[in-house]
Design a protein around this ligand. Sequence first.
Ligand SMILES: Nc1ncnc2c1ncn2[C@@H]1O[C@H](COP(=O)(O)OP(=O)(O)OP(=O)(O)O)[C@@H](O)[C@H]1O
Ligand SMILES: [Mg+2]
Length: 433
Amino acid sequence: MYRHLRWLTIVVPVVGAAIFEILRFTVVPVLFPGLSSDGWGGSAILLLFVLAGGAIFSQGVFKIIDNQHHEIIRERQKLQSAFTYTSDGIIMIDRNLKILSINPAAEKITGWKADETIGKLTCSVINKCKFETEATKKYCSEACLNPECGHSQCWGRLVFEKQCSIPYVEMCISDREGCSKPVAVSYSYIPGDGYNEPQVEIILRDITERKKLEKAMHDMAVLEERYRLAREMHDGLAQTLCFLNLKCKTIENKLSKTGELLSEISEVKSVIQEALEEVRFNIFDLKANPQLQQSFSLWLKDYGCKFADNFRIPVEVIINVKDEWELPTAVKIHVTRIVQEALTNVRKHAQATKVRIELTEKSGEMVLVISDNGIGFVKEKVEKIGKKHFGLSIMEERAGLIGGSLTILPNEPAGTTICLTIPRTGKRTENVS
Ligand SMILES: Nc1ncnc2c1ncn2[C@@H]1O[C@H](COP(=O)(O)OP(=O)(O)OP(=O)(O)O)[C@@H](O)[C@H]1O
Ligand SMILES: [Mg+2]
């Protein structure tokens, strides 16, 4: 458009002068016979024409320029609004891999403010990926998002050199506070256009919510699978063992008349009985998972009741927590597994007639005490025996993972007490099994 205007500035005066010359020698002498085409009269008319032509022309030109100017401002505002209000983080970097601009969404994702990052090559804005994925492996084995890292395979450099794009890669970055954040990242090469240097646009999308949803769906799938296994064990293995038990009883009855093989049969019967108990407990355990939305204390009461019903060992559950603490799902799963193992040990080893579970709050921590009135045991002695026992050590490991602690003490006057502390701000853990 402006190129045309440049031509018009030459064409219009030339055409104007030509028209004037024609008029001066044809129309003017007819209309104004008194006026000579030479001298002041001619000059005045020339001036008049030039002024009128100039005014009309400049009006037109200024109108076009004004319209163009407003158009450009509107376009710029549109782009600026998109840059400011988009929910995707946008970071522009130049050929030297310095940050040119960073939008509010990127500030929110990375935790860094624009004035802390623009022009600076800061290491903390977008940091190294913590996990290697297929996609990160494809583009760069060290998958570095940080333009300042100096790493020869830095993605920003790679995109500039190859003038390519890196589409959608999922990874975890460390934000300003050092917290790991799952993001989807893409790099796009934007070529220079004569006025602007080439740039690279980095788009960051916070995928924390999506990851949470995926995790919840995964947990749900695990629960469903456990239910399926429990059903299958109930309908298959448990029925078979019941059948074998019955058959053994019939054989025992028949053999009792002759007195043959009685001890062998009663041995087989007790092994089947044990296996049946084990299967029944596994079915019970597979089904006894906390629902994701269910509060921990509710689950505890429910589990205590079911355990008592199934294994005929009375369980008293006391909840002394004023405002219900909502444990994060990962912590909840570790704590429920600890409770399950503690009660399994009671059932298998304690010969107890009573179990008491108490949940209290003490100086900012949740304290869970499980005690039985059984035969008790000395932990150190168990460790020395050398036989493989995993339950207690896994319980301790789980307590450590949630940032708590587990102590095993003798119960007074008899039995065992297990004390688990669960901190309010337990260590974050993602590895739940
Ligand atoms: N409540 C309890 N009362 C009495 N003895 C217990 C109790 N809890 C644990 N024990 C003893 O401690 C030992 C170790 O327990 P641990 O749970 O580590 O292993 P386990 O139950 O023998 O086997 P698993 O690896 O299947 O759990 C048990 O074999 C048992 O002798
Ligand atoms: Mg055990």
